[in-house]
Every structure is written in structure tokens, then in C-alpha cells.
Design a protein around this ligand. Structure first.
Ligand SMILES: CCCCCCCC/C=C\CC(=O)SCCNC(=O)CCNC(=O)[C@H](O)C(C)(C)COP(=O)(O)OP(=O)(O)OC[C@H]1O[C@@H](n2cnc3c(N)ncnc32)[C@H](O)[C@@H]1OP(=O)(O)O
Length: 277
């Protein structure tokens, strides 16, 4: 972790040269007293490893612990990728113990982000497949760059896996049953324009996404907290409680599914193709 290096080393090593083991993985800043920016910083693609998920959770808790902060913008340090989703290498020939731990951390990440008292604005300036889309959908409001080549959606079936039931529920809640049915089956990745049409994102912008995200964060932060949080709990409470009750069952489903030989072969093939590109 970067913080373990001496202050001199931290100042002299170019951030580009740091390995992920030396990085903080996320950066937190406060552009104003009521607003925090949580920046994902795990090159090359902000994929969600066990450590990355744990770090995001720890950072949300740190931000939440300051009662003055009302809104959090979630962004990426990568100029063209928000997050490439789960770190696929975590699911490639893993040990059972690591795989189960990995999944518990992903569940916690979803539960923490989806239920935080903070207003959360996703500033999606780049690709956002699968777990990247999960992060975005767990926020209260999504702003995406209008760049036509960017893609967002749940492409799990293309890897030979399926979204877990709670991610399917989140997708259905966000875009409606029929669109989710087609999108999940085909592992569809949507352009920004398509994503806006089906309400997977709330707004498209040509200007730097972060500028608009900070404006929206200001608006959300101005709403009195008590009523805002009560309505969030009303809307999101049932889904949160359901997963809380089924967490270990869900870990079992995930483990049994991923450890199947056919699924392992599919993941292996998908990873090989990714690296060959
Ligand atoms: C009951 C059943 C339960 C089952 C539950 C399953 C869980 C379901 C929930 C979520 C699933 C996921 O999130 S799986 C991840 C899905 N993500 C993807 O398919 C995205 C893959 N990546 C890309 O499409 C592209 O990398 C990109 C469009 C995001 C960026 O393209 P770009 O050209 O800029 O970069 P590269 O493709 O060259 O990638 C650089 C480098 O990173 C590696 N990489 C990319 N994505 C991932 C990833 N998700 N995990 C790990 N590694 C990844 C890629 O291989 C390259 O590595 P090398 O430089 O070593 O070649």
C-alpha cells in the first residue's frame, strides 16, 4: 500500500510506476465540505479484486463517518474506463476459500454502496461492463459520457456465467422486467444513447462528466438528510434485507457455479481472448 512507503518514496515515485500492491486503490477528496469524491484507481481497468472491493467499502465508511458530508461522487482515474467489473482472475482456478471470501466482499460492496446514507452520483466517463454496471446501478444517480464507443450493461452470459439473483433484481428495478430479460440473456452492452433510452443512466453529457456530476452532487446534498434517507430506505430496504438474509446461500450458489469445470473452461477462454486483443 502506498501509505506503507516512506514519504520521500511517495513523493518521488511516479504514480504510473506503482504496482497495485503499492497503490491506495482509491483516492478520496473533498471539493467542498458536503461533497466527497471517491476515485477508483486500480490500473489497468479498475477491476474489482477482493482487496479493491474491501478498499471501496472502507472508503465509503470513512466518508460516511463525517456527518457533514451529504453526497459522494464515484469516478475513475482512468480516462476511458469506469470499471471493467469483477477481476476475472479471481474466478479463474481459485481456491475455494479465496473465492468465497471474494464473493462476500462483493456482496458487502453492493450492500454498503446501495444502502449508504450518502447521496451517490456515478460519474461514468468510460466503459462500465458487468460489475462496473453494478457499481453504477448501486448509486442514486448516473451520469455518463455521450462518447458513442463506450459501453455499459451486464455481459455476464458472454463469459458463460450469470448475474446473481440480487444483481438481476437491481437490473429489473432499474430498467424494467422485459428490457432486463433481453439484456441479461444476450449479455447486452449498451451505448450511452441506448442506456439513456432504457433509463440505465439518467443523463448523458459531452462536457467533462465530473463537472456535471459535481453540480448534481451539490443539488442532492442540499436536500434535508432525514427525509431523503427515509425515502431511500423505503425504496431499497427490501432488497437489502433480502440479501442480508441469504448471504451465505448466495455464497454457496456462486462457489458451486464458478467451480464447475465447464464454467472454468469458459472463464479461461474469455481471459485468453481478452489478453490476445
Ligand atoms: C449463481 C451464479 C452466480 C455467478 C455470479 C457471477 C458474478 C457476476 C457478476 C459480475 C461479473 C463480472 O463483472 S465479470 C467481468 C466482466 N467484465 C468484462 O467482461 C470486461 C472485460 N474487459 C473489457 O472488455 C476491456 O478490458 C475494456 C473494454 C474494459 C477495456 O478495454 P481496453 O482495450 O482498454 O483494455 P484491455 O482489454 O487491453 O485490458 C487491459 C488489461 O486488463 C485485463 N482485464 C480487462 N478486464 C479485466 C477484468 N474484468 N478482470 C481482470 N482483468 C481484466 C486485460 O486482460 C488486459 O490484461 P493484459 O494487459 O495482461 O493483457
Amino acid at each position: 500500500m502506498l501509505s506503507r512507503l516512506s514519504p520521500l518514496a511517495q513523493r518521488t515515485i511516479s504514480p504510473r510506476l506503482l504496482s497495485n500492491a503499492q497503490r491506495t486503490l482509491v483516492n478520496i477528496s473533498y471539493p467542498s465540505p458536503k461533497i466527497a469524491v471517491l476515485e477508483l484507481d486500480r490500473p489497468p481497468v479498475n477491476s474489482l479484486s477482493l482487496e479493491m472491493s474491501a478498499k471501496i467499502v472502507e472508503s465509503i465508511k470513512e466518508i460516511e463517518s463525517n456527518p457533514e458530508v451529504q453526497a459522494m461522487v464515484l469516478k475513475s482515474s482512468n480516462p476511458k474506463i469506469f470499471s471493467a467489473g469483477l477481476d476475472i482472475t479471481e474466478m479463474n482456478r481459485p481456491t475455494v476459500a479465496r473465492l468465497e471470501d471474494f464473493w462476500r466482499n462483493i456482496q458487502t460492496l453492493f450492500l454498503t454502496l446501495y444502502s449508504t446514507r450518502l447521496s451517490t452520483i456515478a460519474s461514468i466517463d468510460g466503459h462500465s461492463p458487468a460489475g462496473g454496471c453494478l457499481l453504477a446501478m448501486s448509486c442514486d444517480y448516473r451520469i455518463m459520457s455521450a462518447t458513442p464507443s463506450y459501453k455499459i450493461g451486464l455481459n455476464e452470459t458472454k463469459l458463460g456465467i450469470a448475474a446473481p439473483y440480487w444483481l438481476k433484481d437491481l437490473f429489473v428495478t432499474t430498467i424494467g422486467y422485459r428490457e432486463a430479460e433481453v439484456g441479461l440473456a444476450l449479455g447486452k452492452l449498451y451505448s450511452p444513447k441506448e442506456a439513456l433510452e432504457i433509463k440505465l443512466v439518467d443523463e448523458l453529457v459531452d462536457s467533462p462528466v465530473i463537472d456535471v456530476a459535481l453540480k448534481r452532487a451539490d443539488e442532492w446534498a442540499s436536500i434535508p438528510e432525514k427525509g431523503r434517507v427515509a425515502s431511500k430506505v423505503m425504496l431499497r430496504g427490501a432488497m437489502i434485507q433480502d440479501l442480508e438474509e441469504k448471504r451465505e446461500m448466495d455464497v454457496g450458489w456462486f462457489r458451486d457455479f464458478i467451480m464447475e469445470e465447464g464454467v472454468q473452461k469458459g472463464i479461461e477462454g474469455y481471459l485468453k481472448n481478452l489478453s490476445k486483443k
